[in-house]
Design a protein around this ligand. Sequence first.
Ligand SMILES: Cc1cc2nc3c(=O)[nH]c(=O)nc-3n(C[C@H](O)[C@H](O)[C@H](O)COP(=O)(O)OP(=O)(O)OC[C@H]3O[C@@H](n4cnc5c(N)ncnc54)[C@H](O)[C@@H]3O)c2cc1C
Length: 412
Amino acid sequence: MRRIAIVGAGQSGLQLSLGLINMGYDVTIFTNRTAEQIAQGRVMSSQCMFHTALQTERDLALNFWEEACPSVEGIGFTIVNNDEKTKVFEWSARLKRYAQSVDQRVKMPYWMKTFEEQGGKIVIQDVGIQELEEITSNHDLVLLAAGKGEVVKQFARDDEKSVFDQPQRALALTYVQGMKPLSPYSKVTFNVIPGVGEYFSFPALSVNGPCDIMVFEGIPGGEMDCWQQVKTAEEHLEMSLNILKKHVPWEYERCSDIQLNDQNGYLAGRFTPTIRQPILTLPSGRKVFGMADALVVNDPITGQGSNNAAKCSKIYFDAILAQADQDFSSQWMQKTFDQYWEYAEKVVAWTNSLLAPPTPHMIEILMEASRNQTIASEIANNFDHPVDFSPWWFDAESAKQFIKQSHVKQVA
Ligand SMILES: Cc1cc2nc3c(=O)[nH]c(=O)nc-3n(C[C@H](O)[C@H](O)[C@H](O)COP(=O)(O)OP(=O)(O)OC[C@H]3O[C@@H](n4cnc5c(N)ncnc54)[C@H](O)[C@@H]3O)c2cc1C
């Protein structure tokens, strides 16, 4: 039986482990937090996942919360006039198939329990180079799925693929109860406040049932980069409301009766979007293969990290099965990562494009979407498969063509 070790019990590591254990592999997870610590700890993400990523979970029968979790049925987009506190324009469109967000504090502990029930072993250990030496000495393949953990910095930064050397947003999350629901359908309400940042919210399932998640993406040094002074959960909620009142009053109105979902339902921080080389060679010469955020970490502005992690997990799963009894060589690792990168590259390019001030053709596309439902629907549904933003999102001439064709479709 092939022995596989996976470091990290997050979206990608657990999904892959559960897939492999089901196929008869001998899988051990090495991770630095117990299920209980995760369940009782701080929120980690807003983890909104779209249809294709959710389907990779369904395929492995891991969609335990499909019924209980509220659906995200659409995407709404607003550009804010910050001086007048008004909307420059807005649009919204239904998703063809719903998205969902299950709090990782709910999902990961339950997946860990399921993995153990299926015969998997979990070792609680903070893994560094020394531990990797030991783990690689007695496994056929070692995958590092440690997300944003310090250990992933052992993979060399890919200077060609990495665009940034600084965080691009000051991030904050506030999980709340009591937000007024939207009708006729639930959605991600995405507000762009030029020069300040972005605010969006959507329904989710958390530790005590349905909730809403508020996500703040502040431009560094700007007015929404304001979390350092916040010390308590209560202050965090107050700051969240102050931001809404000041910049997006229509969102503030939905929050007149909100309270924190739980004492750990908030987070603030920042990180640098980075791409890393997929293979780590240890001092012994043995290899460790990275996956998901460990190699490709994106700003959450487009809500793609968990989606990418699920899709990466699926690609690696198929590649491991296809390898059967053959060696997991460096060539195989590089080829497997390249297959993932072929997809992830487009997601990174689209995400990065939203971190910079928008180009004139992007503004035109977004504005046209407020007049043309075909465009609005295309943008909203491409969150599930951002590859389809290419080429028109990135190129002025293609954008013109895209708008023209969408008008023809709309009329027809
Ligand atoms: C504010 C915010 C909002 C987000 N919103 C969304 C969203 O709406 N939609 C979306 O798709 N994505 C979102 N993401 C991103 C998403 O959460 C991540 O991309 C995703 O969880 C990555 O999965 P992963 O498996 O690579 O890593 P993770 O899920 O982070 O798992 C890493 C695991 O490794 C373990 N670990 C770390 N270091 C070590 C070590 N040294 N030894 C052993 N174990 C270790 C950790 O404990 C953890 O179990 C958001 C992220 C942030 C920060």
